[in-house]
Design a protein around this ligand. Structure first.
Ligand SMILES: NC(=O)c1ccc[n+]([C@@H]2O[C@H](COP(=O)([O-])OP(=O)(O)OC[C@H]3O[C@@H](n4cnc5c(N)ncnc54)[C@H](O)[C@@H]3O)[C@@H](O)[C@H]2O)c1
Length: 393
């Protein structure tokens, strides 16, 4: 039985994927091989030696001491893209809300609570409604900055709304490129994109290179009728510069998931309380993905969506015994292990070796289960950090 320790409330949709005949799962498991958690902080917490992997149901991993775990050979997983649809839907809602006087109209109607004559009310509304008129998004141009999990979904959805879509991503991944419609026009630079758009939406990581991507200079490139949407991170937009542009009539609206004190109460700002990923479905998707990745690692040694280990995956060879090992990323370790196996006449049927920064990870399918002395010899090879022998397929 694999032992799994959970922290936080993990969705049952995810936990129910642990087959009860193979897994004992709970918050009171003391010697777990795997941990599933959401925001519980593991910093400063002594981890039992039994732990092989930690799966975070979510994207950020700053509640996990990743570098420390890497040195111990513990794989840390996250669930990138599991909340992408939730963010996509909120961005579309933000764009539609910013194009029409929906919220203003709702607020105006709510001021009429004292009126008890329906006919008079309808006459008044017919007179007043022109102040809440807007424009349609169909035929307008949306610029998507960052075409990863979220950006690519938004680009495709905007095309379905009849918009023209231009995108900018200097490091577009192959997976994202496959997902993206060929109707999305790729721009050479952020500057070129900003000059063309009616709406721009940002979906880049918050790193030094993206700090204040939208600033006083880049805002000048945009049409005064344009709308900026930020559902990525607050650091990506210079809120002071946005406020100045709104006040001078150089920007129509700012829609964001990151309220800043200077934006509160501004009628041209629609600020939400960081609810981009706050849906029941996103929570379930994160739990399902975290559990599936952890199971595949424990049962097959495969690594998908780890933040500290290389993506390493190999289909099981029928009848073969599988060993996996982690070593420091220095030359000669795999050669040494293969020599040890060859000396004992253990035939390697298939193998994969990948590295990432300071660690290398190896999966080997062997024709027969090696004797304990061979396993011990591999464990003792210099720079080998950890080794596992998995049941035969
Ligand atoms: N509002 C929320 O609740 C919420 C929820 C989930 C994610 N997010 C944020 O959304 C952002 C995107 O998430 P994702 O899952 O799509 O990430 P992702 O890693 O799948 O995609 C990010 C993309 O940005 C691109 N990129 C990096 N630097 C760039 C630059 N300078 N210009 C243009 N593109 C650049 C990358 O190449 C990548 O394709 C992250 O900042 C994340 O923190 C917010």
């Amino acid at each position: 039985m694999y032992q799994i320790r959970t922290y936080n409330a993990i969705s049952d949709k995810g936990l129910s994927r642990f087959d009860a005949s193979k897994y004992a799962v709970g918050a009171d498991i003391s010697q777990p091989e795997g941990i599933v958690l959401r925001s519980h902080k593991l910093h400063g917490e002594a981890l039992p030696e039994s732990v092989l992997a930690v799966a975070r149901a979510g994207a950020g991993v700053n509640n996990i001491p990743v570098a420390d775990y890497t040195e111990k050979g513990i794989v840390v997983f996250n669930t990138p893209g599991a909340n992408a649809n939730a963010v996509k839907e909120l961005v579309l809602a933000g764009m539609l809300l910013s194009s029409r006087g929906i919220l203003e109209g709702r607020d105006y109607v709510n001021t009429l609570g004292e009126m008890d004559d329906a006919d008079a009310m309808h006459q008044l509304l017919e007179k007043q409604k022109k102040q809440f008129a807007g424009s349609e998004v169909a035929g307008k141009t949306l610029g998507v900055v960052g075409l990863g999990a979220i950006g690519s979904m938004i680009a495709n959805a905007a095309l379905a709304l009849g918009m023209n879509v231009v995108g900018y991503d200097p490091a577009l991944s192959v997976e994202a490129a496959w997902r993206l419609s060929s109707q999305v026009r790729r721009m050479e630079s952020l500057q070129a994109l900003l000059g063309e758009v009616d709406y721009v939406t940002l979906h880049v990581p918050a790193i030094e290179a993206t700090r204040n991507l939208i600033n006083a200079e880049t805002l000048k490139l945009m049409k005064p009728s344009a709308v900026v949407m930020n559902f990525a991170r607050d650091a990506i937009v210079d809120a002071d510069a946005v406020l100045a542009a709104l006040n001078k009539g150089e920007l129509r609206r700012y829609v964001c998931d990151f309220p800043m004190p200077n934006l509160i109460g501004n009628s041209k700002v629609l600020a939400l309380p960081h609810i981009g990923a706050s849906t029941a479905e996103a929570e379930e998707n994160c739990a399902v993905m975290a559990v599936d990745q952890l199971k595949d690692y424990l049962e097959n040694g495969n690594i998908l969506n780890s933040v500290n280990f290389p993506h390493t995956s190999m289909p099981r060879t029928a009848g073969a015994c599988r060993i996996t090992f982690t070593n420091s990323n220095v030359s000669g370790v795999l050669g040494h292990v293969l020599t040890l196996l060859a000396e004992r006449s253990v035939n390697v049927i298939d193998m994969v070796n990948k590295s990432r920064n300071d660690v290398a990870y190896n999966i080997l399918d062997l024709a027969q289960t090696p004797e304990d002395s061979v396993i011990e010899a591999i464990r003792n090879v210099e720079h080998v950090i950890s080794l596992r022998v998995l049941p035969c397929a």
